[in-house]
Design a protein. Structure first.
Length: 111
């Protein structure tokens, strides 16, 4: 009818659609919202944007919705490795690495 739908009617329709689709009983509006928020965080949507979509303060979004996915650690490590490799290709990076190498095989400390 074009107006807002009440929570009770929404849940009734959602539960029926979820059952028809063969989804587990734990699928609720909250789990769908939580999944959406977590996926936005995982895909790099800016926190301020995702929080605005959900009607939250950015700190609340980070506290509640941004979960650590196993691939996030691998991705972060890859970014750091690429930055390190890029730095090592520059003369400044090469100078730093060269300065840290012990001279004449000695095990002395660096200044």
């Amino acid at each position: 009818m074009g107006g807002p739908i009440g929570l009770r009617n929404f849940r009734r329709r959602l539960d029926a659609a979820a059952a028809h689709a063969g989804l587990p009983e734990w699928v609720t509006p909250y789990t769908l919202r939580h999944t959406c928020a977590s996926l936005m965080a995982q895909q790099g949507v800016p926190v301020t944007t995702a929080a605005a979509i959900l009607g939250h303060d950015p700190a609340m979004f980070l506290r509640v919705y941004s979960h650590l996915y196993p691939d996030d650690l691998r991705g972060a490590a890859a970014v750091l490795d690429a930055a390190r490799a890029s730095e090592l290709r520059t003369s400044c990076g090469a100078d730093v690495v060269q300065a840290l190498k012990p001279e004449n095989g000695s095990q002395g400390s660096t200044p």
